[in-house]
Design a protein around this ligand. Structure first.
Ligand code: GAP
Length: 447
């Protein structure tokens, strides 16, 4: 199928070009875990920083926190994760012993070999561990399945130490763990993944309005970063599919090559978390200030997205195959171009000497040095210039700067943009400001 082929090509490109590797590959991989390579790290750092810019810095009332992964296990009693709310129904094929979520099979028939499956049994998704040298029920703890719980546990501490006044938000980026029965679709569903979450505390009367605000704001963020409108939609989660903590949920969905799937959830969690933690811990987490007649539990609007899932969506959206090659230097029947927003691309500017001649290499290195603290720059002198353009196109680099023999005489360079492939000459002394301008505009063509 074309979709499967596309995913295979994307997975292979990401490995070949240092974005994502199968984890522990030399031991045959491990449980659908993935490692980010150098370019993958650049890209996820860009995603996280762009999220921070929009969710935190653009809103003076949002602060960032970073809580522990292993919390007091009582947290998960209060949050409902130890109960049936965070369990999947598991079945196993009696023939090939593959395991599935009950909802993935029909008529007790294994989708892989057609064998008969067992009766479903409940299976909690939290990853267990032991804290300290003795392994018993007292030392059992859990790796957090969502990052937000420490935000609720610390609600009082943040409010008091930072003198926060409603409405306000606490944001957090960090690893979460879920013992998914059937991890699949590459970065889409993993057992260890990173989340970017923001909990917005508001009086109940304003919760509806804030839900609309954050839903629209988050959707716009994806559009601003170049995800195609036709590949994005909002899905109102029906009442019988809501997570155990949610009163309302709208998912931002993206049209992956394997279908429409959630990339971010916007949830109205009501006062579920603060009231439950108050009850379980015996510490009152009500909010009070002189503007309100009595203490109360604020309601929570949550935005929650997975970094790896977003990276996969941005890459699927940007991945383009062009048959016949893009320019006269191309000798290939097919080329791949990653049409990523320059804001997301691991490399903003590539610097090349036209040939590996000492005087060109020296000048190119001088240009590289001039740019390296202001841009994400990569220097490349290996292979023909055509091949070097191809390599940069494949990883989504927006601008390529070439130093040729004229550069030595005229003190200027050629700048090529990935989208229009137009080339312009720019004086070396004006290069940083010209590149900044090209990067902000997105293409030489626009104005
Ligand atoms: N605190 C709310 C919460 O965790 P969720 O809908 O379970 O809500 C939010 O997860 C987001 O986290 C999802 O939209 C997805 O982007 C990401 N996510 C969840 N499970 C994941 C997994 N197994 N692998 C990768 N990302 C995942």
């Amino acid at each position: 199928m074309a979709e499967e082929k596309t995913m295979k090509e994307i997975v292979s490109l990401l490995k070949r070009r240092g974005f994502v590797y199968p984890s522990s590959e030399i031991y045959g991989g491990f449980g659908a875990s993935y490692d980010y390579g150098p370019l993958g790290v650049e890209m996820i750092n860009n995603i996280k920083n762009l999220w921070r810019a929009d969710v935190i810095r653009a809103h003076t009332q949002v602060v960032e926190a970073d809580g522990a992964i292993i919390l007091n296990p009582r947290t998960w009693e209060a949050s409902g994760h130890l109960g049936s709310g965070f369990a999947d129904s598991l079945v196993e094929c009696q023939q090939c012993h593959h395991r599935f979520k009950e909802e993935e099979i029909k008529d007790q028939q294994c989708p892989d070999c057609g064998g008969k499956t067992t009766e479903p049994r409940s299976y909690n998704l939290m990853m267990k561990t032991f804290v300290g040298p003795v392994e018993n029920t007292q030392s059992q703890a859990y790796l957090r399945p969502e990052t937000c719980q420490s935000i609720f546990l610390n609600f009082r501490l943040v409010t008091d130490s930072m003198r926060m006044k409603l409405p306000f938000g606490v944001a957090q980026i960090g690893k979460s763990f879920r013992n998914e029965i059937n991890p699949k679709n590459f970065l889409y569903r993993q057992r260890e993944f990173e989340q970017m979450e923001m909990e917005w505390f508001t009086p109940e009367a304003e919760a509806k309005e804030w839900f609309e605000y954050w839903k629209e704001r988050r959707l716009q963020w994806y559009l601003d970063l170049g995800l195609k409108k036709e590949n994005l939609r909002l899905y109102e989660v029906p009442a019988d599919e809501l997570a155990h903590y949610a009163r309302r949920a709208v998912d931002v969905e993206y049209k992956f090559p394997f279908g429409w799937h959630e990339i971010e959830g916007i949830h109205n969690r009501g006062d579920f978390d603060l009231s439950n933690h108050s009850r379980h811990s015996g510490r009152e987490l009500k909010y009070s200030d002189a503007d309100y007649p009595e203490p109360f539990y604020p309601h929570v609007i949550e935005t929650s997205a997975g970094v790896g899932r977003l990276m996969l969506a941005f890459i699927c959206d940007a991945y383009q195959k062009i048959s016949g090659g893009r320019d006269q230097e191309s000798q290939r029947s097919e080329e791949v171009v990653m049409q990523l927003s320059p804001k997301l691309a691991p490399v903003e500017v590539a610097v090349f000497p036209l040939m590996k001649k000492p005087e060109l290499v020296a000048k190119a290195k001088e240009v590289f040095e001039q740019l390296k603290f202001s841009f994400r720059v990569q220097y490349d002198e290996t292979g023909s210039i055509g091949r070097r353009y191809r390599r940069q196109d494949e990883i989504g680099t927006y601008l390529s700067v070439t130093i040729d023999f004229d550069s030595l005489k005229q003190q200027d360079v050629t700048v090529r943009d990935r989208i229009s492939m137009k080339q312009v000459r720019v004086e070396i002394k004006n290069l940083p400001s010209a590149l900044k301008q090209f990067l902000t505009k997105g293409s030489f063509n626009e104005g």
